[in-house]
Design a protein around this ligand. Structure first.
Ligand code: PMV
Length: 330
């Protein structure tokens, strides 16, 4: 009999080649493969206890009891685990993010990677990395990429069984840094689950998908060869393509704020002046700047001086999701 309780820690990730749109919304089977880097040091810690004393799942998110959509989404996810394990117990879940929730720092990725790791262990399910990644994918697509460590590729696969993420290089492979310029830390108005279901309404989505395989190859090779220039070109192009799809879906989604665009216009000029740096944005207004670690401090200062940038987070390539000894949350 398993202990029915476990704690896990996972990093969010930043997509270099974006996932936007599903072939199957309920199984979260993506319309294209994607590549990302785990954001070391930006942690989500999740503690879970399954107990016969509960009549429903409970969730405490950053110290506040959660209800509504966040709770029902978590319950739907735990139902998958209950079905896999044969358990009928409800769970109490406590989770804390060490970074702003819901503003393009993919908190759902670290949340569901940590929850999949903790909940499967608490229920005594022995899942390997691919199994955990498949499971995390059901909670949030990008969460499957927060299970393996370092630089990660989600191979889109054809079915639930073969759609999961693998590490293509460990964290120490390349001293890249992600500087996150936070321009807004409130929740975004349209979440990514809803956004994915709108992707197909954009006339640009087919064009984006048609070139995704080539961009994945370019990005994977750039990482393996530590070729920053090649990475910069493909990362910016892929981010712009995803946002073009968002802006042309019906209804249109605009995630950028004026400050986001101001930074996006500066970065290529910094690159032309010799700094290895490029930008990418997920479904939110915060701008992620990828650079080499030797340029990080100077760039952090430049970013902090831009009006509207409230803080700059810094992350090195992070490791895999993992179990922790004890829950340090109350
Ligand atoms: O995993 P979701 O449903 O939160 O989707 C993430 C979508 C993007 O962050 C915009 C892109 C990506 O690949 O992470």
């Amino acid at each position: 009999m398993s202990k029915l309780t476990a704690t896990a820690v996972a990093n969010p990730n930043i997509a270099f080649i974006k996932y936007w749109g599903n072939r199957d919304n309920s199984l979260r089977l993506p319309a294209n493969g994607s590549i990302s880097m785990n954001l070391g040091g930006l942690n989500t810690q999740t503690c879970i206890t399954f107990t016969p004393q509960l009549t429903a799942d409970t969730l405490s998110l950053n110290g506040t009891p959660a209800a509504g959509k966040s709770l029902s989404r978590m319950t739907a996810f735990l139902d998958i685990l209950r079905e896999l394990s044969g358990s009928r117990l409800f769970a109490s879940v406590t989770t804390e993010n060490g970074f702003p929730t819901g503003a393009g720092i993919a908190s759902s990725a670290s949340a569901y990677a940590a929850l999949a790791t903790a909940a499967s262990s608490a229920l005594g399910l022995k899942l390997d990395e691919a199994g955990l990644s498949r499971l995390a994918r059901r909670g949030s697509g990008s969460a499957c990429r927060s299970i393996p460590g370092g630089f990660v590729e989600w191979r889109m696969g054809h079915t639930d069984a073969d759609s999961y993420a693998v590490s293509i290089a460990p964290p120490e492979h390349w001293n890249l840094v992600d500087l996150v310029a936070v321009v807004q830390s409130q929740r975004k108005p349209v979440g990514s689950s809803e956004g994915h279901s709108l992707a197909g309404t954009s006339p640009l989505q087919q064009g984006r998908l048609a070139g995704a395989g080539a961009r994945l190859d370019t990005c994977r090779n750039a990482i393996l060869q530590r070729d920053f220039d090649a990475l910069a070109q493909v990362v910016e192009a892929d981010s712009n393509l995803m946002h073009a799809v968002m802006m042309t879906s019906r209804p249109a989604l605009f995630y950028w704020q004026p400050e986001s665009l101001a930074i996006m216009k500066l970065v290529p000029s910094w690159r032309r002046s010799g700094l290895p740096v490029c930008y990418t944005l997920d479904a939110g207004p915060n701008v992620h700047l990828l650079c080499l670690s030797e340029s990080a401090e100077g760039l952090r200062q430049r970013l902090s001086a831009i009006p509207g940038v409230s803080q700059v987070l810094l992350a090195h390539p992070g490791g895999p999701a993992h179990l922790a000894e004890d829950c340090s949350l109350v």
